[in-house]
Write a protein that binds this ligand. Structure first.
Ligand code: BGC
Length: 749
C-alpha cells in the first residue's frame, strides 16, 4: 500500500497495518510539525455554500493549495467518487506525511434514495427498520466517497415551532436514546469499518439545541441541570456507549457559555466522565460565531476557548489554522491539548482504514451499483409505511376500497414529487419522489380523479430560499368543488412543503399554511367524506380538522417512496402502526407541550373555581398525545399485573399485560410502559416512558408481554449528575399511548 502514498516521513511504519492503532498514531504524531497537527483540526467546506456564510471563503484553488500544505484534516460536502478522489489524492500523494482526509457530509435521512424525515421514522417505534434505513443511507454515501456523516441528530425537543424537530426523534429521551442507538448501528455497523459501506457517525448537537428559546433558530437554550441530565443527554450517552465516533457541538449557549467552548459539557462530561475517545467537531463556524455571541473578543480567544473546552475540529470557521500555532508557541494553549485533539481525529481515520487504503471508499463501479438500487428503494418504502400514523378514522372511511369507489384526490402536495423528499436531501435530485398521485394511480389507474385545487406556494421553494405560501390565488378551487360533488371519498393532501421544516425553518404559526384551511373547509361543505393526508415536518395544530374531518392520516415527508407508502396504507395493504413521538398541540399557544411534564400543586379543578392549572380558552391536554396512533384494527389491554408489589434494590419486577386484537385486520400495536416516581428528592415527571414493545397480532389473537423493571428504569440523574434510585412507591402505567393507560403501584423498600 505504501506505494500509493508519496511520503517523505523518516519512519513510515504508521502505514503498517499489523501494528496496533495507538502505536501507529504515536509513530505518526512524533513526526508531525505543530502546523501539521493544527492542520488536522481544520475542516473546509467543499466548493459551494451549504448552511451558512462560509468564513473560510476561498477558491477551490486556494483550498487545494492548503490541502497540499497539510493544513486541512477534513472536507465536508465534497461528494461523488470523482470529486472526492481529486481532493484525497492531494492529501495522500502530495503532502509530506500523506495523511488522508476524512470526508464528511449531512447524510440525515438518506443520501440519494431518501428515507422519511427522522421524526417520521421515529414514529415507527421500529428499531430494526430505523437501523436498516441508516444502513442504506450509509451504504449510498460510502459508495459516493463519503466516510463520515453528520448524523444522527438526537436533540430532544418540545417545541414544534423549531424547524429542526424534523431531524430528531421527538420529545422523549428514552425513545430518543433507542433511536439514536439504532441509527448509530445502521451507520457504523459493528464499529470495525471492515465493510466499505459503513461510515463514522456523529451525535449532534451537543447539547440542548432542541430547547432553543421560543423555537427560534440559533437562539439561546438555557436548560437547567435537571433537564440537561434527564432529558437532553441520555441519547448522547447511549450513542457514546454504542461507540459513536464523533460528536458535533451545538450553536446555543448553556449556562451562558457557548456549547463549542463549554468545558463542563465537552471536557468534563463527554471526554472525562463518559470516556468518549472519538473526536468533537464544531458546528458550522460555531468557533467563529462565539465572537458574535459576545463571548470571545477575537479569533485568538475563540480558538483558545474552543480547544481548551474540547472542540477538536473547526468546521469551516477558519479559526484554528491562523491562530493555534502561535497560541501554543506563546504558551497560551497547552500543546498537550492539541495533541489530544489530533490523536482523536487520527484514531478515527485509522479505524476507518484510510491509512490502509485511502481510496477504499472510491470505487466508481460500486458507486453505480449501490446508489439507488432496488434493495435500497425497498428498504425506504418499508420504513415509509411504518412511519405513517393514523390519527382518526370514523365512518370507516379507511381503508379505501380498491374497487367500485369513486375517489377524488385533491391538493398541490398530492402531485408533488419534490416536497415529499423533505429538507435534508442535498445529494438527491429534485422531483424524484413517487407522488401520492402516482402511488394511488397504481391502484386505481385512470379512474382516480385528481384536482390540484388551491396552490400551496407562490413558487417552488429551494433549500436556500424561504417558502412563500400562496395567500391570494384561489384559482383551481371551483374545479375542485365541482369534482367533490361526485366523489364517494375525497383524499386531500395538505400540510407544509418539505422545505418548511429543517434548519433555519422556525415558524410561529403551525396550522395549515397558506389557503389550505379555507380549501379544506370549502370542500367539506360540499362533501364531508374526506380523508385528510397530512404532509409536515413538525406537529401541526389542526383542531378544526380533528373535530370535523372523519379520517386523518399523518404522512409527514416520507422520502423517495412516499406515494407508494401512502397508497399502501390508504388501500389497506399496510395496516398503519405508527405512534406519535411529539405531542400535537391544540394551538400554538400550548407550546412547549409534552407528556412527561411535572405535576403541579393545582392539577385538577377541585374547588370548582378558576384557581387551578388550566387555560381559560382551550383544554390543556394535547390534541394528540405522545405515543398516540390508531390502526385499522382494535386492541384490547388486560389489567397489567406484577410478580411482586414490593422489592429490594438489585431486584427486578416483572410486569405483564395481555393485548388482544379484537378487530378484523391483522395489525401491530406498540405497547408502552410508563413510570412515575411518586416522591423523590427532586420533583419527578407525571410519567416517563421506560419500555415499549411492538406486537403483531392476527384478528382475535392475543399475546402476553413481559416488561422487566429495575434500577435503570426507576432511577434518575440528581442535580449533581449522579444516577440515583430512591426508595418509595412508583406507579407503573401501561397502554397504547401516554394518555390512555392502566396503572398499578409497586414499592422499592
Ligand atoms: C448544521 C449541522 C450540519 C452542518 C454542516 C450546520 O448548519 O447545524 O447540523 O451538520 O451545518 O452542514
Amino acid at each position: 500500500m505504501a506505494a500509493i502514498f508519496n511520503i517523505n516521513a523518516q519512519d513510515k511504519s504508521y502505514l503498517d497495518k499489523k501494528k496496533p492503532i495507538e502505536e501507529r498514531i504515536n509513530i505518526l504524531m512524533k513526526q508531525m510539525t505543530l502546523e501539521e497537527k493544527v492542520g488536522q483540526m481544520n475542516q473546509y467546506n467543499g466548493f459551494w455554500d451549504v448552511t451558512g456564510p462560509a468564513p473560510t471563503g476561498g477558491s477551490a484553488e486556494e483550498k487545494y493549495k492548503n490541502i497540499k500544505k497539510g493544513l486541512v484534516g477534513s472536507m465536508l460536502s465534497v461528494r461523488g467518487v470523482k470529486e472526492v478522489k481529486a481532493v484525497q489524492k492531494i492529501a495522500v500523494e502530495e503532502t509530506r506525511l500523506g495523511i488522508p482526509l476524512i470526508i464528511g457530509f449531512d447524510v440525515i435521512h438518506g443520501y440519494k434514495t431518501l428515507s422519511p424525515i427522522p421524526l417520521a421514522e421515529s414514529s415507527s417505534w421500529d428499531m430494526k427498520a430505523i437501523e436498516k434505513s441508516a444502513e442504506v443511507a450509509a451504504s449510498e454515501a460510502a459508495a459516493s466517497g463519503i466516510n463520515w456523516t453528520f448524523g444522527p441528530m438526537m436533540d430532544i425537543s418540545r417545541d414544534a415551532r423549531w424547524g429542526r424537530v424534523m431531524e430528531g426523534a421527538g420529545e422523549d429521551p428514552y425513545l430518543g436514546a433507542q433511536v439514536a442507538v439504532a441509527r448509530v448501528k445502521g451507520f457504523q455497523g459493528d464499529n470495525t469499518f471492515r465493510s466499505p459501506l459503513r461510515i463514522a457517525a456523529t451525535a449532534k448537537h451537543f447539547a440542548a439545541y432542541g430547547f432553543v428559546d421560543a423555537g427560534l433558530e440559533y437562539s439561546a437554550s438555557e436548560v437547567n441541570r435537571n433537564i440537561l441530565y434527564n432529558q437532553v443527554l441520555p441519547p448522547f450517552k447511549a450513542a457514546v456507549d454504542t461507540g459513536i465516533r464523533s460528536i458535533m457541538t451545538s450553536f446555543n449557549t448553556i449556562d451562558g457559555i457557548p456549547a463549542t467552548a463549554n468545558q463542563m459539557l465537552l471536557r468534563e462530561t463527554l471526554k472525562n466522565k463518559w470516556g468518549f475517545n472519538g473526536f468533537v467537531v464544531s458546528d458550522w463556524a460555531s468557533v467563529r460565531e462565539m465572537i458574535y455571541w459576545g463571548y470571545s473578543p477575537d479569533e485568538k480567544s475563540a480558538a483558545k476557548s474552543a480547544v481548551e473546552a474540547g472542540t477538536d475540529m473547526d468546521m469551516e470557521g477558519g479559526i484554528f489554522v491562523p491562530h493555534l500555532v502561535s497560541l501554543v508557541q506563546n504558551g497560551q494553549v497547552k500543546e498537550s491539548l492539541v495533541d489530544d485533539a489530533v490523536r482523536r481525529i487520527l484514531r478515527v481515520k485509522f479505524e476507518l482504514g484510510l491509512f490502509d487504503d485511502p481510496y477504499r471508499f472510491l470505487d466508481e463501479k460500486r458507486e453505480k451499483e449501490v446508489i439507488g438500487s432496488k434493495a435500497n428503494r425497498d428498504a425506504v418504502l418499508d420504513m415509509a409505511k411504518k412511519s405513517i400514523v393514523l390519527l382518526k378514522n370514523e365512518k370507516q372511511l379507511l381503508p379505501l376500497k380498491k374497487e367500485g369507489q369513486k375517489i377524488l384526490l385533491l391538493g398541490d402536495l398530492a402531485a408533488s414529487k419534490n416536497s415529499p423528499l423533505g429538507s435534508w436531501r442535498i445529494a438527491s435530485d429534485n422531483n424524484t419522489a413517487v407522488s401520492v398521485l402516482e402511488g394511488m394511480q397504481k391502484y386505481k389507474g385512470n379512474s382516480l380523479k385528481y384536482e390540484k385545487g388551491i396552490a400551496l406556494t407562490q413558487e417552488e421553494p429551494t433549500f436556500l430560499t424561504e417558502v412563500q405560501y400562496n395567500t391570494t390565488n384561489r384559482e383551481g378551487l371551483e374545479a375542485a368543488k365541482q369534482a367533490a360533488k361526485d366523489a364517494d371519498v375525497i383524499v386531500m393532501v395538505l400540510g407544509e412543503h418539505g422545505f418548511s421544516s429543517g434548519e433555519a425553518r422556525s415558524r410561529t404559526q403551525i396550522d395549515l399554511p397558506g389557503l389550505q384551511q379555507e380549501f379544506l373547509e370549502e370542500i367539506y361543505k360540499i362533501n364531508p367524506n374526506i380523508v385528510l393526508v397530512l404532509n409536515n415536518g413538525r406537529p401541526l395544530a389542526i383542531s378544526w380538522a380533528a373535530e370535523h374531518i372523519p379520517a386523518i392520516v399523518e404522512a409527514w415527508q416520507l422520502g423517495t417512496e412516499t406515494g407508494n407508502a401512502v397508497a399502501q396504507v390508504l388501500f389497506g395493504d399496510y395496516n398503519p402502526s405508527g405512534k406519535l413521538t411529539m405531542s400535537f398541540p391544540r394551538n400554538v399557544g400550548q407550546i412547549p407541550i409534552y407528556y412527561n411534564h411535572y405535576s403541579t400543586g393545582r392539577f385538577t379543578n377541585k374547588d370548582g373555581n378558576v384557581f387551578w392549572s388550566h387555560y381559560s380558552d382551550v383544554d390543556k391536554t394535547p390534541l394528540y398525545p405522545f405515543g398516540y396512533g390508531l390502526s385499522y384494527s382494535k386492541f384490547e389491554y388486560s389489567a397489567p399485573k406484577v410478580n411482586k408489589k414490593t422489592f429490594a434494590k438489585g431486584e427486578k419486577v416483572e410486569v405483564t399485560v395481555t393485548v388482544k386484537n379484537t378487530g378484523i385486520y391483522a395489525g401491530k400495536e406498540v405497547v408502552q410502559l410508563y413510570v412515575k416516581d411518586d416522591f423523590a428528592s427532586v420533583v419527578r415527571p407525571v410519567k416517563e416512558l421506560k419500555g415499549f414493545e411492538m406486537v403483531d397480532l392476527q384478528p382475535n389473537e392475543s399475546k402476553t408481554l413481559t416488561f422487566s423493571l429495575g434500577e435503570k428504569e426507576l432511577g434518575f440523574y440528581n442535580q449533581d449528575g449522579k444516577f440515583v434510585v430512591e426508595p418509595g412507591t412508583f406507579k407503573i402505567m401501561i397502554g397504547g399511548n401516554s394518555a390512555d393507560v392502566q396503572e398499578l403501584t409497586i414499592e422499592l423498600l
